[in-house]
Design a protein. Structure first.
Length: 257
């Protein structure tokens, strides 16, 4: 999913479009709501020259395509189901980022987790009124993403955990807001909610095993799809999912594992 032609009038949509693109191969629910939020924000722009209208029309077309391709996905069809899913997903990303930060793991994956969590909580807060803890988590994640990123660029060592007199001064209590009890204390590397089976990206049926040097087009399709899944998982340092899809890609190529 490529958004290289975003009009300058809509540059504030980039963070949502990037999040949609990051999830396009693995999670149509997150992709859909990021695009929907971007589209709605774009509509609020006062001046809409032809190129802006054309871009917003292309976003609307992508939304319709996602709905058509996921017609059985209740989370996409029904916002009252979909937004809570996005919230749970965002809180799991936030929890994973928080744990990495508390463990002084200040790598790019931590920045990406905080930024993705903040972006998705922006999506949630744009769709419904949120409580104080969700709002605190959104501000905390956004501030931490910028702070750690600046430290990495300047060569400073970031401070882990809450930092007084900043948007990250207090750690919000989100343990009661997630489907996993005591999430921050008991889950060292929380994973986002699974994509419901009715919403999972479809893969074509695998062809019969081909000779070692003869890989069919459908097998190459599966290889490319699994490599994208692996790359997406590696962005969040999810070793188990990364390895699983790399193994599937190798098996599609006829490699005996």
């Amino acid at each position: 999913m490529n958004f290289s032609n975003v009009p300058k009038e809509l540059v504030n949509l980039n963070v949502f479009l990037r999040c949609a693109s990051d999830h396009s191969a693995t999670n149509p629910i997150i992709t859909y709501y990021c695009l929907l939020h971007a589209f709605q924000k774009g509509l609020s722009v006062t001046q809409k020259p032809p190129h802006v209208k054309a871009f917003l029309t292309s976003l609307m077309d992508k939304l319709e395509e996602l709905k058509k391709n996921n017609s059985n996905c209740e989370e996409i069809k029904n916002e009252t189901v979909g937004i809570p899913y996005v919230e749970q997903y965002a809180l799991k990303l936030y929890s994973a980022a928080y744990q990495k930060d508390m463990n002084s793991d200040f790598g790019p994956a931590t920045v990406k987790l905080f930024l993705s969590a903040a972006t998705l909580l922006d999506v949630v807060s744009g769709a419904e009124e949120v409580g104080d803890d969700i709002e605190k988590a959104r501000k905390y994640a956004k501030w931490k993403a910028v702070y750690i990123s600046k430290c990495l660029k300047s060569g400073e060592v970031p401070i882990s955990g809450p930092i007084p007199n900043t948007e990250a001064a207090d750690s919000p209590n989100i343990s009661g807001l997630t489907n996993t009890n005591n999430l921050l204390n008991n889950e060292p590397n929380p994973q986002p909610p699974q994509v419901p089976s009715s919403c999972a990206p479809e893969q074509p049926p695998s062809a019969e095993p081909a000779p070692a040097n003869d890989v069919s087009p459908s097998q190459w399709f599966n290889v490319e799809k699994d490599i994208r899944y692996a790359m997406s998982a590696s962005n969040y340092q999810d070793k188990e999912t990364t390895v699983k899809h790399l193994m599937k890609a190798l098996r599609s190529l006829g490699v005996d594992i």
